[in-house]
Each structure stands twice: as C-alpha cells, then as structure tokens.
Design a protein around this ligand. Sequence first.
Ligand SMILES: NC(=O)c1ccc[n+]([C@@H]2O[C@H](COP(=O)([O-])OP(=O)(O)OC[C@H]3O[C@@H](n4cnc5c(N)ncnc54)[C@H](O)[C@@H]3O)[C@@H](O)[C@H]2O)c1
Length: 346
Amino acid sequence: MVSSTGIWLRSEAAPNEQRTPLVPGDAAKLLAEGIPVTVEESAHRAFPIDDYAAAGCRVVPADTWPDAPPTEVVLGLKEPSSASVPLTHRHVFFGHAYKGQEGGPALLRRFALGGGTLLDLEYLTDEAGRRVVAFGFWAGYVGAALAVLHHRGRLTAPLRSLTRPELDAELRAEQGAARALVIGALGRSGRGACEALAVAGVPTTRWDVEETRDLDRAALLDHDLLVNTVFAVEPGTPFLTTADLERDDRTLTVVSDVTCDVTSACNRLPVYDRVTDWAEPVRRLHPGPPRLDLIAVDNLPSLLPRESSTAFSAGLLPHLSALPHGGAIWSRCAEHFHHARPAAEK
Ligand SMILES: NC(=O)c1ccc[n+]([C@@H]2O[C@H](COP(=O)([O-])OP(=O)(O)OC[C@H]3O[C@@H](n4cnc5c(N)ncnc54)[C@H](O)[C@@H]3O)[C@@H](O)[C@H]2O)c1
C-alpha cells in the first residue's frame, strides 16, 4: 500500500555540503515499502540525481520544498535555505537550535510562524537516550587521518573531499615511527580514529573513561599524536594545559580535536580558542621546540561524503520506514521540539 506520507529529500543550502541523509539504494528500499520519495536536484550532492531517478524517485528542481504537499516530510542535514520562508512542514534535519546556539531562536521562529515541526536528528534517541544516527565514526576516521598526514608532512591545504580509497592510499603511502593516543577510543569517533591509524600503520594507545579517571599526563605527552574523540557531558581535568605546551620533554607535536568543544564548559582541551577549517586546517599552538600543531575541523565527515552518507543513511533507514506510522522514537523527537519552541517565542 502506498503511504500518504512521502519523504522529500531537499538540496542542502550550506556551501560545499556534499553529504546526504538518504542515499539512492536506501531511497529504493523506502519506495519498495510504499513510501513515495521525491528528490531535489543538487549541484553538490555526492550521489548523482540520475541514481535517485534510476531507483524510482520523483525528481524535482532544487529548493522547491516550500511548495511540497503538506503531508510530505522534508528531509535534509542542515537548516533549509530561503531563510525568510516560514516552515510549515514536518522537517527532519540537524537544527542545532535547542542549546542556545547562534541562529537557534531565529530557526525556531520560522517554525512558529509556519506551524511546522522540527524533528531534529540529534534528538533521535532510543529509550536509554542514546543517539541512533550520527556521523561520528567517519569524523574520527578523518580527524585521525589528517593528524597522521600532517605529522608526515603530507597534508595539503585547502582540504577537499575525497573517497575512502583515495584517503587510504595517502595513509598507506608512507609509514613512520610515530605513536598515537586516542582518547574516547570506545566511542563512534574513537573507533573510526583507531581504524584510520591502523590503516596508516601507526601504533595506537586507546584510552576511554577508565584510563583518564586518574590522568597520567606524562604518558599522554609521550605520544606523537593525540586524537581527542570524547563526548564530554561535564567539566573535568583538562587533557592538555598551556603549561604542557611549554614543556620541552614533550613528544606530542600534533593534536586533532575531533570533539571541537572549544566554546563549551566541558572542553577538555583548553589550549585553543577557535576551530580550524578546510582552508587552514592546521594552527600552530606552540612554536617549540618541540612545536605543537592543532587540527580542529568541525565538519570532518564532509571530507568523506560518500562513505559518511552511506553509513548515516543506513542508520536512518529503519526510522524513515517507521515515520509514516509515528512511533516512540519520533514522538520523543517531537517532544524536544515542543519543549524548546516556547522559549523561542518569548
Ligand atoms: N569534528 C566533527 O566533524 C565531528 C563530527 C561528529 C561528531 N563530533 C564530536 O565528536 C565527539 C564524540 O562523538 P561520538 O559520536 O564518537 O560520541 P560517543 O558517545 O560515541 O563516544 C564518546 C566516547 O568518549 C568517552 N568518554 C567520555 N568522557 C570521557 C573521558 N573523560 N575520558 C575518556 N573517554 C571519555 C565515552 O566513554 C565514549 O566512549 C562529540 O563531541 C561529537 O559532537 C565531531
């Protein structure tokens, strides 16, 4: 039976955003279940529109979602374009609007004006509150890869998006004597970081909550590379301090902060004040000797758009299948929105 609720995959407004939350193969699975899928054309998406058409999706011009039938659920990753247009539909994307972020109140006002609902992907959680879809693995993979390539003098700026075979070829092109430490190693990003370091042939120490409870600072500084992938929910002992930067007995020369909690009270790396970007991914924190270089790119999965989209889409697919029938996971998501919205309307 064909569902009256369709998925409308819109184009992304953010420049250089090549990722998508729904890849063509998974769109075909939704269609097979009777869920109509409409896909907007996009100049940037890592998957060609012809692949969606071949899967049976209806193709429409970019940025036409404001005219979608009211029963459609509009799907994307970041805030939709046409900033002044009130949001009338149910929208699924990462809103970054509930924790006082810049632009959050304005986004919620668009929903208030249009009467629509934000189903924020960050708040798609199981009964235990764990997120069910995230880009973490590939963030860690790329974050560690950039650290290795920089340490080997092989990182070129500006960064550009790649495929995994291209990135792995770079990682395998040279072996070195460096040793790495991944903190948060048991998490999604941490596992991705460890995998990239294995591909690069870099011996890796893995720390998680147990190993940082009583921080062995000398052991930490005795690694060449540090990849921070912790998901910090409370302030705690910093992994690095400005005093550590001054130490001349330090082996550590490259830090890749996947967490990028730089403006948060929970930040465990209070040695820098702003993230780096694709144009200039590396910032020198200490001239040395020994030098200390920082990589803190906050959109790492975009550097591997096909792989990160494929993994994300696979995780989201069962929930998109369930969307026409509602269900607890989407109700919890909507509750977060209804809880946040009144604050924005004041
Ligand atoms: N830079 C980017 O592009 C990017 C992309 C995605 C996610 N992230 C960020 O990466 C971080 C990790 O995300 P994730 O999905 O891997 O989270 P996760 O919850 O899967 O993993 C986090 C890990 O950190 C560990 N941890 C928490 N506190 C710790 C401590 N004090 N010491 C050691 N380990 C500790 C946890 O036990 C867990 O294993 C988040 O802050 C997320 O926002 C960044």
